[in-house]
Ligand binder design. Structure first.
Ligand code: NAD
Length: 282
């Protein structure tokens, strides 16, 4: 009988997920474990990583938490050694650690608005170290774990999945560093895909749009569940007219890491955004 190629089976596969103490990658880690993977939960926040690992193991899955800093090569090498000893060499790497920082964020959407906002932090006030922090976390924080874990996958049908953002296609207002760093992730995904194309490693990315999680629900909706002003703008720019649910990222991820279903796919970035990146607004 022909196998169902979309029924991704990761039994015995070692899946390393960075930023896995967080909202998106914690959830993805659970789904990788549910597909049979042995999941290494890496996060700077050790407690958050442990919570995710405990949840997976309490539900019968295989997972272990590791305190890891994606910007510290020495630490990553030690964590790598520990994972190989605990689970074996890495088969799937999800580079999930990332995010923005207020020091790299303007208060105004347009320059002319500065005079309307008290003590407005404009483009000219952006802090160099804040911009460097955001670029480092999103870009170097993808490159360094790839240098550490990709050697395990050479000639073994490995998978690397990067997390971009729909910011990568059209930048959102106020967050130039984050948008630029995520654009760099799409570019780097293509570069790596080419570099490893004949070495048995596929490299792809997803570009999540706007998702409601427990951590941002309060910012997006008023107490009476009506949308805030920014939410109204987001929804107007999303042809499907709603936010995504985190679980809606899972299908694309399990598809991309499935060597039967996606064996000839490398270097792509799949937007998962309800059409946001496709819509001109008119
Ligand atoms: P999150 O803040 O919930 O999770 C990020 C995790 O990364 C946190 O647990 C944090 O402790 C960890 N982390 C931060 N710095 C680290 C470091 N130096 N080393 C190791 N771990 C570190 O964020 P999220 O919303 O789950 O986002 C996950 C990824 O998805 C990020 O790359 C983010 O940019 C991207 N993304 C998120 C959205 C969204 O709507 N939430 C949209 C597009 C892209």
């Amino acid at each position: 009988m022909e196998k169902n190629v979309l029924n991704t089976d990761l039994t015995g596969k070692v899946c390393v997920v960075t930023g896995a103490g967080g909202a998106i990658c914690g959830m993805l880690a659970e789904k990788l474990a549910a597909a049979g993977g042995k999941v290494a939960i890496l996060d700077l926040n050790e407690e958050a990583a442990r919570k995710v690992a405990d949840k997976i193991t309490s539900e019968g899955g295989i997972a272990k938490a590791y305190k890891a800093n994606v910007l510290d090569r020495e630490n990553l090498d030690q964590v790598h050694e520990q994972i190989v000893s605990d689970f074996g060499p890495c088969d799937v790497l999800i580079n999930g650690a990332g995010g923005n920082n207020p020091r790299a964020t303007t208060d105004n959407e347009f320059h002319y608005e500065a005079k309307k906002i008290e003590n407005c932090k404009t483009f000219f006030d952006l802090d160099k170290s804040g911009v460097e922090f955001v670029f480092a976390l999103n870009w170097l924080g993808t490159l360094l774990p790839t240098q550490v874990f990709a050697p395990d996958m050479i000639d073994r049908s490995g998978n690397i999945l990067n997390i971009a953002s729909m910011n990568a296609y059209t930048p959102l207002t106020k967050i130039p560093a984050y948008s630029g760093a995520k654009a760099a992730i799409v570019n780097f995904t293509q570069w790596l895909a080419t570099y490893f194309a004949k070495s048995g490693i596929r490299v792809n990315a997803i570009a999540p749009g706007f998702f409601v999680g427990n951590q941002n629900r309060g910012l997006l909706f008023n107490d009476d569940e009506t949308p805030t002003a920014r939410t109204a703008k987001i929804l107007a720019g999303t042809p499907m007219g709603r936010f995504g649910e985190l679980e809606e990222l899972v299908g694309a991820v399990l598809f991309l890491v499935n060597n039967d279903a996606a064996g000839f796919i490398t270097g792509v970035c799949i937007p998962i955004d309800g059409g946001y990146a496709a819509y001109s607004g008119v």
